[in-house]
Every structure is written in C-alpha cells, then in structure tokens.
Design a protein around this ligand. Sequence first.
Ligand code: ASP
Length: 598
Amino acid sequence: MASQLMKTDGAGTLRAGDVGRDVVLAGWVARRRDHGGVIFLDLRDASGFAQVVVNPEDAPASEEDLRGLRLEYCLQVEGLVRPRPEGTVNTDLPTGAVEVVAKTLTVLSPSDPLPFQLDERADVEEAKRLEYRYLDMRRSRMAENLRARSQAIKAMRRVMDDEGFLEVETPTLIASTPEGARDMLVPSRLRKGQFYALPQSPQLFKQLLMIGGVERYYQIAKCYRDEDFRADRQVEFAQLDFEGAFWGQDDVLATLELISSAVVEELRGEAIDLPIRRLTYQDAMARFGTDKPDLRFGMEITDLGSAFASTEFQAFAGVLEAGGSIRGINGGELGLARSGLDALVARAQELGAKGLVWMVVEDGGTVRSPVAKFLSDTEQAAVVEKLGAGPGDTLLIVADRDRTVSKVLGELRLEIGQPEGSDDLAFAFIVDFPVFEVGEHGGLVPAHHPFTAPADVDDLVAHPETALSRSYDLVLNGSELGSGSVRIHDPGTQAKVFEVMGISDEDAEARFGWFLEALRYGTPPHAGFAIGIDRMVSILQGEPNIREIIPFPKTQTGADPLTGSPSRVTEDQLFELGIDVRPEVRKAWAEEGDDPLA
Ligand code: ASP
C-alpha cells in the first residue's frame, strides 16, 4: 500500500514480528474497556483491529480526554508494539498476539452518540442501517462485502483483459430500448418535452460496437429498470456486460466458465466443477419445475404418467385425458405427522394446484395415502419404483396442467430439499429457451429481448408459441445470474422478429430505424451475455439479498433513506424542464399539506 502520512501501519496488520517497533495507527474506537485505571481500546481501521493499551500514568492524554473517549471517536495513536501478556493472547484475532502501548493519543474527530450499536451481533433494523450506511459499513459484515465485491470485479476485469476484451463505456443517457422492463426517464431541459432513458442495459450499444469492429467488448455497466419492487430487485444495479463478434453460444459459455472460475477462486480460494453442467430449458422445467434449478440437491421431478396410463382413479385419468401431467418427487424421510402432510397439501393449493397426493412408503413397500384405496397395487408399486423410494419415504404427486405441476413441485422441491447453511456451489447453463414464455396472465411474453436470434426464423413465424431461441442463462444455486444470446445480425430477420413480437414496422422504424440501418453495413455474427454482479457476489458471500452487496442500495420501495431520494424538485426546476406535475398528484400533495404552490 502507498504510504499514508497519518499512520505507519494498518491496525489489522500488526503481528508478532512487529514487536519492539514504534508505530503510528489511525482509526476508530470500536471497543473500550477500563481495567483498574488502564484503558484498553480496540482500534479499528480498514485493515482490521489492534488492541491499544492506554495507561494514564504514561500520560499520553489528559485524564479528561481519556474519560471522554467514546465509541467511534477517530484517533491517532503513537505507541510501541509489545507481546500481549501471557493468558491474554487472542488466537481468534490476526493481531491477537500483540498490543500497542500508547505514547501519544490524538483525537482526530469526536463522534456523536451512535444511532445504533456497531457491534457485529447487534440486530439492527435494515431501514436504520441504510439511513446510516456510512456507519453500517464500519461493521465487518458490510466491510467484507464491499471488499468481496471489489475482488469479484477485479477477477472479472482480469479475465476480460487476458482474453483480449476492450473495456468500453457506453452512454447512460440514451433513447429508450425494449428490454422487458419500464424505462427510467430523464427530462431534457434543452429539448423541452423530450426525454432520455437510462439504459436497462447497454444492449444496442454493444451490438453497435460489434458492427464497429471492436470484436470483443466488456464493461462494468450500471443498468436501470423501473420495475415493481420484488425482494431481490433494485432499480439500479451493476452488470458485467460483454459481447464478442464471430462468436456463437459456445464461445460465450466458455468465457462464462473462465469468469465464474476466476471469481470463485478469488473470493473463496476454490475451484468450481468444470465444465458447467448444461440443461435445456425444457429439461430444467420437466425435472426441476423451473428455469433456474437449484442443483445442489437431487429430488428430481419424475413423470408418473405411464404408471397411471389405464388408471381407474378418476382424478388422475381426467388430467391425463385433458393433456395434463402427473408428476411427483420423492421428498425422502420427512417423518411428518398428518398435520404436516395436510400443511403440504395446503401449500400446494396456495401455489395453484387443485390438490396434492401424498404417499408414505411402508415397510414391505405398500403405501399409506388418502388415495391408496383408488389405486391398484401395480400402480402403487410403479410409483414407488419410478421415484426410487424405500420404506419411510414421503412421495408428493401433483396431477394438473403441465405448467401448474412444474410450478408446484418445483417450489415444494425447494422448500423441502434446499440445503440450509450449505456453502456448496452448483452452477448451470440453461440453453434452448423458447422465444416466448407464458406470462403471468396467460398470454405469450418474450423470454428475452427482441435482438435475440431465433433458432429458426421460419419456425418462429409459423409456431411462435413453441419456437426456440438461441439464448442461454447462467444459474447458481437456484438464482439466475444473468442471460445472453446469439444476436440477430441481418435486418430481414430482425424485422420479422419485431413483427412476431407485436412491434409494428412503423414503430420499429421510429424507435430503432437507426439500429436497423446499422445492421445493413456488414454486421458480423455476434453473441454476448450480462452477469448480475450484485447477485453473483451476494450468493458467494452467503448473503440473503443483493442489498447487502450494494454500497448504497435503495429500499424495497425504491427509496434511499440516507439521501432522501426520490425527492420533489423545486417549481423553478420543473418550469425550466417544461414539466408540470399532474393535477391529481398535486391534489394528493395538497392533502398531505405540502403542495409548494398551494
Ligand atoms: N442485455 C441483456 C440483459 O441485460 C443481456 C444480454 O443479452 O447480453 O439482460
């Protein structure tokens, strides 16, 4: 580290080898204990902690100063490093063998009483932590997460650099591009009534860079999506965005393997299993009920249709006739009482299934189940056999529309099987996505942005509901880390895809005429990807949400409790922008008693 004028050493760097040295430390008072007139301080700085012993007899500071020395005061300490007396060595702390006897002690900045304890164990409400993020990050959890984020980005940059990628920045004030979410808009003062959009991703710019001959591009890109809040989303987040020309899917996936290996190696000192397992979208849905399967455990969903092909059990026969499916999982030895099994049925119903059939395998291979009397011995034996079940295992079966079965069993599988506290890592590539997925309200919605190449454009036009695209996702432990695709590189295909996606010719021309034109100048085939950096680091750090990885995140409702954004602006600012706030919004302000014009 470059030298610092105010200190000779980082507090956390002192070791037995430093004994006998005169050092100057600077940092914050993390703990203070008074022992018979002698004061022990834990001095914390970015490198860790050191124990400082202040003996008033050596008079390093006035008694009054010492008495007033409170937590989080910012201090400079000059002193001698000595071994800790026998019996007081702390082997949990890297600096636990030594202490610094203070010769002089200077208060650089006092601290007000703290809004919350910075003690690691103190359970502080998140809103408070965000309001005082600058204090929260003095705690080791946040400090470690910030460090991990920086290391992850460093590892990413190293790979991209080694692989010959050029780091290029793209603008953040752009024209609106469809990526599936709502744009965040910025009004223009010079062109009143017109708006920039903040990028949902640098998608079209990276494609322009390919057309521009850059061949390999990357960027740590800030992306903005005005989405309704979900637990693990932020309006503003960071991606490692990259693209390669003369590239296909395998080039992208090979690069993702390099990046994932480097980041895991950097943060955990471990190698990942290579090659990363590949699953088709269809396979993932059938076997795990989701396109982001958690592969740290098995408990695969198994099709049981053939076991019930000629069943007399009406509920099952009806579903098969209607084209639905009967599938099940072996939940293992759950040992649930009747109430527990009933709770699983209720949970399945909450998730959208009409019902859930449970079976508990008994010694001898027979099953105990509310529907056992409707099923033949052969059917029961076939289920046990297909699910690889043994005595004591609980089997869960759902018969419904295919989609519902996937959703319900996929969710139950996670709830029952997900390992708690495991630090295993299971990466996966999901490939061969359909162009469209069935949306929440039943209609078809594009699974990826409209610049993604279809596997076969004629098939897309003829059978949009089943056509496949050349897109792929990277999944880690049941979370999507990012997605990408082979891109369309000819204007004709692009126009057809816009049409199938319901973007009219005029609309496409008006919004992306410039891009369609660019595609006409010798566009190389190209492909790329974007990894959500916050998500990746949060999983590797074992954090429950990405806010723990973002230095200054927004709350789940999009607000920043620290700086108070979003906030109103002055009437003058609005006037300059040629913008007025709609009457109904003003009315709501007035009702809250704070319309500046009222
Ligand atoms: N732009 C896409 C996204 O942000 C990623 C990609 O296709 O490269 O999800």
